[in-house]
Design a protein around this ligand. Structure first.
Ligand code: T4K
Length: 380
């Protein structure tokens, strides 16, 4: 390995993610249609078209698109009339727990599994009380939670199950698309995601009875011009985003294949380096290769995750510590009994080790090699 001082910085910043951009002329062609229609929001034609296309792609019985994943998740929780306490993971993006807080629900933090980095089903039951109404899991980095075990616990205790599938677009277990597990799943269509609509999100669900309620909640609870029947919110996706989504959707499989190659290159170049732990693929899971995460054990590797992050930054590489700090360490949640670090030893360990490396279709092979060289030489 060259000494770190001999590796030049990238001329341009290399970010953790870069959005897939559709062909501009194609998008402008679609925009002309929107311009002429003078219909910009409130379930227009583009919105309807995107919902149909996503329904087919995600292979779920029902789907409602939203202006972002956070609003979608907040509505999902409200639509199931959840109250009291919900058991969730502290190892996620703030939106997961905030969506509970916005519904007046007390989050209960459960530790995570060392391998999947998702909520540990073996620790859920001890947290159930008479106030528990649901389990909110997150398919972190697109790796599915242990859905069968979680459902069995929920069934035993009469609980609902919601999945934050923000990272899991296009993921499946065997032949089953990930959006078919639990009562409701939420997908994020933020530009940093494999599939995006500039901003956006969706809920998928199997119960047809939820459809009207979710769609009403998405539109202020307006039933018709004379009736507002529930305290809804504005969760509607606008037509420009819906059009963007249509143009990005046709590129998703190609982007997925490119990211798979990039991840494989990272895996092969970082394999066997003492102190670096790479995420293993599960044999029955169709992954989406959206994130490339590496875990750094500072004792074995010789330097800490934070040091590697700093060295990458000095070389113009903007890796990200998804997810550090833990949600349970935020000032707004750390007073909760289950936020006690003693309750969450694995989450604390994982959060101090993870680093998400740049992973997007346009990243070049030589860039991946250089990033790996910087990481390996960061011990100098
Ligand atoms: N649940 C989970 C588990 C989530 O991860 C998220 C979102 C949500 C719920 C909520 O879903 P949404 O309401 O967002 O639909 C980013 C994203 O903003 C966020 O959507 C995502 N998770 C999270 C993991 O990553 P930040 O604060 O790291 O974003 P930012 O602006 O620093 O962007 C990261 C990098 O991406 C930048 O360094 C450069 C690049 N980038 C970003 C944008 C916005 C681009 O190249 N182009 C862009 O347009 O949260």
């Amino acid at each position: 390995m060259p000494p770190i001082r001999d590796i030049p910085a990238f001329a341009e910043p290399v970010y953790v993610s870069k959005p897939v951009m559709p062909n501009l002329e194609d998008y402008v062609g679609g925009l002309t249609r929107v311009w002429e229609s003078r219909w910009l929001s409130n379930s227009g034609n583009e919105h309807k078209k995107l919902e149909e296309q996503l329904l087919a792609y995600l292979q779920t019985p029902h789907l409602s698109i939203f202006n972002n994943g956070t609003t979608a998740l907040t509505v999902a929780i409200h639509s199931l009339r959840l109250q009291g306490e919900v058991i969730t993971t502290p190892f996620s993006f703030p939106a997961t727990t905030h969506a509970l807080a916005w519904n007046g629900i007390d989050p209960v933090f459960c530790d995570i599994d060392d391998s999947s980095m998702n909520i540990d089903p073996g620790r859920i039951e001890e947290l159930i009380t008479s106030r528990t109404t649901a389990i909110l899991g997150v398919h972190v980095y697109g790796v599915p939670c242990e859905v069968e075990k979680i459902q069995a616990i929920a069934d035993r205790h009469g609980l609902r199950v919601i999945y934050d599938a923000a990272h899991a677009f296009g993921v499946g277990i065997g032949e089953t698309s990930i959006g078919n597990y639990g009562d409701i799943s939420m997908f994020s269509f933020h530009p940093t995601k494999l599939f995006h609509s500039a901003e956006g999100g969706a809920l998928t669900y199997r119960d047809e009875n939820l459809r009207d309620r979710i769609n009403l909640l998405r539109n202020f609870g307006i039933k018709n011009e004379h009736e507002v029947i529930m305290p809804g919110i504005n969760g509607k996706m606008n037509e420009l985003s819906a059009l963007m989504g249509q143009h990005v959707l046709v590129l998703v499989d190609q982007e997925k294949a490119k990211r798979k190659k990039i991840r494989e290159q990272y895996q092969s170049e970082l394999k066997g380096v003492e102190g670096l732990r790479l995420q293993q693929r599960c044999s029955d899971v169709q992954t989406n290769d959206q994130y490339m995460v590496v875990r750094i054990d500072s004792d074995e590797f010789g330097v800490s995750r934070d040091k590697v992050y700093d060295v990458l930054r000095e070389h113009n590489v903007y890796s990200r510590k998804y997810f550090y700090p833990l949600i349970s360490d935020y000032p707004c949640y750390r007073q909760l009994a289950t936020a006690d670090p003693g309750n969450l030893p694995m989450a604390a360990k994982v959060s101090s080790q993870v680093l998400c490396l740049p992973c997007y279709g346009d990243l070049q092979c030589e860039d991946v090699s250089k990033i790996c060289a910087i990481i390996k030489s960061s011990r100098d």
